[in-house]
Design a protein around this ligand. Structure first.
Ligand code: ATP
Ligand code: MG
Length: 402
């Protein structure tokens, strides 16, 4: 498998940083996710460099250094305009609360640094200059066997950081791996520590799981291990398979997962998704009921004017995922949309000023009433959406109470 590393495309800026460090007498490796991804013949999202050089030495060695997380030994080196994250070898000591290490010890050797990492596949280091792979915990073997396994003792690792159990499930889901039995068993035994993890950290892992192709498997695993009960018991027993049939995006997948919940908006916010996501999910769920196959085109236009155009097709995707899509309606909705009918008062051929003139009034609530009436008229018959057509329709209209 190391042949993949030797032949890997490593960005020149990253290589220069590694070489620069080594030429100055320090040790330097690529570590973590990028080594894992290269061994899997995947393109890494980012390349992390680990080094024996201390942060102060790093700041002297490179011209542009941003102290991104300098208290944990991480800086960003700007090289050829690219950002390269460089972290000093470290071991984390004294996890007092199962959340964050209370102290960071810098180290001279890579082994201590790899030993503090979560899973064997994430605990490898590659020297792209001398072509040396450091793999003290059998990461290559586990990658080949497609297994997520803790580095060393899973119970200890999960007691140290309560997020790791969720990361185990997330990696298994995203990579379509299994979780090693001892690692999985440790999840149930450390739920009290998971409970203390900040919701923002849970969010980051949960999103990745939710939009993965194998999300149903991940949700099953969350339910089986007790994790789901801890952070989203409301989703226990949902149709996980249906979630996997929805588009691989947050909003439709949340809508399927929480389709039975009237409090979906609050749940989505509690999971730390942005307001916009919560609003969209709530909107989808409010309009879950789709037009029946017998609905005529005017009925489809009226429905479209209520649901917001950008949600219309997602509503069909959500219904399809749940096996509830009405036959033949989606194609007709698409055809209606393609003809670009007026669906909002903004699309009327008479604007506010023209409407006031036609009504012979100044700004008044009557104008709003009239435009809603005209929208009804053009939803029924879009060909009436011309200045003359609307003026004619207005003649037949009287304001309420008049
Ligand atoms: P992804 O491709 O999803 O970003 P990644 O492996 O890069 O995967 P990150 O969360 O970016 O994952 O973390 C980078 C590396 O830091 C991991 O590969 C792992 O070695 C280490 N790591 C991250 N979080 C933890 C943790 N909670 N406990 C131990 N090690 C961790
Ligand atoms: Mg990463």
């Amino acid at each position: 498998m190391t042949i993949r590393l030797i032949e890997a495309d490593i960005p020149p800026a990253v290589l220069e940083v590694v070489k620069g460090l080594q030429d100055a007498g320090h040790r330097a490796f690529l570590v973590g996710g990028c080594v894992r991804d290269l061994l899997r013949a995947q393109v890494p999202k980012d390349f992390d460099v680990a080094t024996s050089a201390r942060p102060d030495a790093l700041q002297k060695l490179f011209r542009r250094v941003i102290p991104t997380g300098i208290e944990h030994g991480t800086v960003t080196v700007v090289q050829r305009g690219a950002h390269v994250e460089v972290t000093t070898f470290r071991a984390e000591a004294d996890y007092v609360d199962g959340r964050r290490p209370s102290r960071v010890d810098f180290h001279e050797d890579i082994d201590a640094d790899l030993a503090r990492r979560d899973f064997t596949m994430n605990a490898m280091a590659w020297d792209p200059v001398s072509h040396l792979l450091v793999d003290p915990f059998g990461g290559q073997e586990d990658l080949k066997a497609r297994v997520v396994r803790c580095v060393r003792d899973p119970l200890e690792r999960f007691f140290e950081d309560g997020l790791r159990p969720l990361r185990a499930v997330r990696f298994a889901t995203v990579l379509d791996f299994t979780v090693d039995p001892a690692t999985e068993a440790a999840i149930g035994a450390t739920l009290s520590v998971f409970r203390k993890v900040a919701p923002e950290r849970v969010h980051q892992e949960f999103v990745k799981l939710l939009v993965a192709p194998h999300a149903p498997m991940g949700l099953e695993l969350l339910a089986r291990t007790g994790l789901l009960e801890e952070f989203l018991p409301e989703a226990l027993g949902s149709d996980y398979a249906a979630v996997g049939k929805a588009p691989k995006e947050e909003v439709p997948r949340l809508a399927v997962l929480l389709s039975h919940r009237l409090d979906a908006r609050e749940l989505v916010l509690r999971l730390r998704f942005p307001n916009r996501v919560a609003e969209d999910v709530a909107h989808l769920l409010e309009h879950q009921e789709l037009p029946a196959p017998t609905t005529d085109d005017a009925g489809l236009r009226r429905w479209l004017s209520r649901v917001e155009e950008r949600h219309a097709l997602t509503l069909f995707e959500v219904a399809r995922a749940r096996g509830l899509e009405p036959a033949g309606v989606r194609a007709r909705v698409e055809a209606v949309l393609a003809s670009r009918p007026p669906l909002t008062t903004k699309a009327l051929a008479l604007d506010g000023k023209a409407l006031m003139a036609a009504l012979g009034v100044g700004p008044s609530p009557v104008v709003g009433q009239a435009s809603r009436y005209l929208l009804d008229v053009v939803l029924e018959d879009p060909s009436k959406n011309t200045p003359e057509g609307l003026a004619a329709a207005l003649k037949a209209w009287k304001p309420a109470g008049a």
